[in-house]
Design a protein around this ligand. Sequence first.
Ligand SMILES: Nc1nc2c(c(=O)[nH]1)N[C@H]1C(S)=C(S)[C@@H](COP(=O)(O)OP(=O)(O)OC[C@H]3O[C@@H](n4cnc5c(=O)[nH]c(N)nc54)[C@H](O)[C@@H]3O)O[C@H]1N2
Ligand SMILES: Nc1nc2c(c(=O)[nH]1)N[C@H]1C(S)=C(S)[C@@H](COP(=O)(O)OP(=O)(O)OC[C@H]3O[C@@H](n4cnc5c(=O)[nH]c(N)nc54)[C@H](O)[C@@H]3O)O[C@H]1N2
Ligand code: SF4
Ligand SMILES: [Mo]
Length: 712
Amino acid sequence: MNDFLSYYRQKEKELGTENVMDTQCPFCSVQCTMQIVEQRMVGHEKYKVLPKYNPTSEERVCIKGLNAHQHALSQERIQYPMLKKNGEFVRISWQKALEYIQERFSEIQRQNGFDGIGVYGGGSLTNESAYLLGKFARVAFKTKHIDYNGRFCMSAAATAANEAFGIDRGFTNKLSEIPFARCLILAGTNIAECQPTLMPYLTKAKENGSFIIVIDPRETATTGVADLHLKVKPGTDAALVNGILKVIFEKGYLNEEFIDEKTNGIDELKEHISTIKLNDISKLTGISEESIQLAAVKYATSSTGMIFTARGVEQQTDGYMAVRNFLNLVLVTGKIGKIGCGYGAITGQGNGQGGREHGQKADQLPGYRSLENEEHRKYISRVWGINEEDLPRKGVSAYEMIEKIDAGDIQGLFVMGSNPVVSNPNANYVKQSLEKLRCLVVVDLFISETAKLADLILPCSSYLENEGTMTNLEGRVTLREASRKNPGETKHDWKILCEIAKILGRGEFFSFSSPEEIFNELRVASRGGIADYFGITYNRLKKERVYWPCPEYDHPGESRLFTKTFAHPDGKGRIISVNNHYPKEQIDIEYPLYLTTGRIISHYLTGEQTRISPALNSLTFESFLEIHPDTAKKYKVENHALVKLSSKRGQIIVRSKYSNKIREDTVFVPFHWGDDQNVNKITHEALDPTCKMPGFKVCAVSVSPVIDLSIN
Ligand SMILES: Nc1nc2c(c(=O)[nH]1)N[C@H]1C(S)=C(S)[C@@H](COP(=O)(O)OP(=O)(O)OC[C@H]3O[C@@H](n4cnc5c(=O)[nH]c(N)nc54)[C@H](O)[C@@H]3O)O[C@H]1N2
Ligand SMILES: Nc1nc2c(c(=O)[nH]1)N[C@H]1C(S)=C(S)[C@@H](COP(=O)(O)OP(=O)(O)OC[C@H]3O[C@@H](n4cnc5c(=O)[nH]c(N)nc54)[C@H](O)[C@@H]3O)O[C@H]1N2
Ligand code: SF4
Ligand SMILES: [Mo]
């Protein structure tokens, strides 16, 4: 018997094959590289993931990267186009799917005009697909309505950097300069959970003696490296920075020479800061005057320093202004353009940087050009071969598109690479709006919460199968090569766009046969723009990760920005005064707690991909409410009990998790789950007036036990 067994085992081994896939993680903006070794035995496969060196994450991969293949290889992937018939999805052919889109969308446009269709993109798409989606909306559908999920992610920081510096590239320096900063301010960023493979840069800085200040209402894995943790009241970062500026002005720590030579607007700021009282700021933010002073002195007097912001500061109804105030700090101390001195908006999605440069934003054309700039319109119309009059003007932001759907102005929606029902604020309203659509088409890997509402789902290829470039958080362009054949009838996003364009009669503008061909058009379209990719080619990317701007073939790409001047026409950085801000929704007797939302290490965004991975899902399989034990007792909430969390917009049910690490007036819920645990059912719909970022990070809520255990 044993002889038989070993014979067959041996046979199995001989038949087993090994397949090596070199790839890049599909999740966050670091874009770690790895090798997936697939060992195929008869009847089953085994996977080993080995980190591969790259200059950003060096040889590190986090737990999400180690398990990303699990969703890509999962049986839950959709493999065929599916049409909803009598409430059920049925498999149809690609030809039928394309004809369906042509018929339904043309009918809507005949009745409601070109702008009756909306396009909704995402920051997971490759540069090639993001570029093509922008062109597709304007040239194939001829609609002005296109925006993308990055509106909820990068819009505040991007708008602030554009206004203050003249360029929005997430990091102004390369990551490897972090250890040279003598002081680091990390504001509303949880790098340890969200970009874990970057942590060694912080620990190296600390070993070098850097003073690290973290601003966050919670103690997190990131606050663990802090020398000073400012446990700020949610939504009050702009005020906190006014306090820091007050100390800097009073103590005379301004870099006068830098301010005179390189900035505008200091007088206005000086006047504004003279009206600020430190004890008011202390009351408003919940941070002691001593701590504000310490932060100011440490940052201003350190020879070098860097400031990083992320969504904690930015996803606010004053996100744009809050970031502007941090940039004021950079500018008045002159800590930019030198080694160990700079600013970084820690970009979120894998292609969060590239995805915001090439035209899937409502007001944008490729190369970070503007739809409302006549020169830019002329240039891009020439590259695309269309008449400038046919190029639509700017549209509205992502959430405003949902409002337009509700109002009946948009009746058909094409979603590629996003799950808006879970990621938009005020999700009950979003779902109701999407249900009003006459036609919803969703391109995805899975039947997401949004895809469930669709009339037609189109199956796309995953990161393992789709070749393309991504631009990481440093502004470095990377090439991810395909390492697997498309499963079933899945198609690449770019291919889907080309085929739809063809059936709409616009095929001549979309006759691409490879991502490289699209990239070559993108290079020309971006040429001379702010985000200039002209000098970057696939051949180059096979050997190196290249920083933009890179205007010529032999240009090395710029790793450090603003070494001499800023990018505004006068070369100067812009300082402005920023008012203390109050979040749109304040707590009251009925809703007495601040809710803030965010992420945990094992899940990614709406959880659509990570909830499918057994390894990741088993780590945290349901949502939770982080609550201070004293607060919990006040509301009769036991530890690990199901809790009802309500706001004026709705309610959800999550499990409580006591934590001494959070402010007593604040609770935290991650946003990686849908349906009854979708925290966006209760978040507020108010948008930042400048960049249209929703205030995901503050709303007023109440908590109560689902089952009142005190009765027994
Ligand atoms: N594991 C994991 N990693 C990810 C992602 C993921 O979903 N999961 N998503 C990726 C994406 S797209 C993004 S955008 C990034 C996001 O990366 P981060 O912005 O770092 O993540 P968040 O958890 O949303 O928020 C960061 C911190 O802001 C704090 N915060 C809340 N309110 C305030 C406030 O008013 N002021 C301040 N100063 N802080 C506040 C929260 O407590 C939280 O610890 O992560 C990327 N990486
Ligand atoms: N309350 C709260 N809400 C938030 C945030 C928060 O902090 N708090 N953060 C916001 C932020 S920063 C972000 S970035 C958004 C993210 O919001 P979403 O974009 O809605 O989140 P994802 O889960 O990335 O959704 C992407 C969808 O695209 C699919 N997909 C993945 N790769 C591809 C691909 O290559 N092609 C195609 N066609 N589809 C693909 C996935 O399966 C998934 O269904 O959420 C925002 N919403
Ligand atoms: S999630 Fe981010 S840090 Fe983790 S492996 Fe992927 S790219 Fe790297
Ligand atoms: Mo994001």
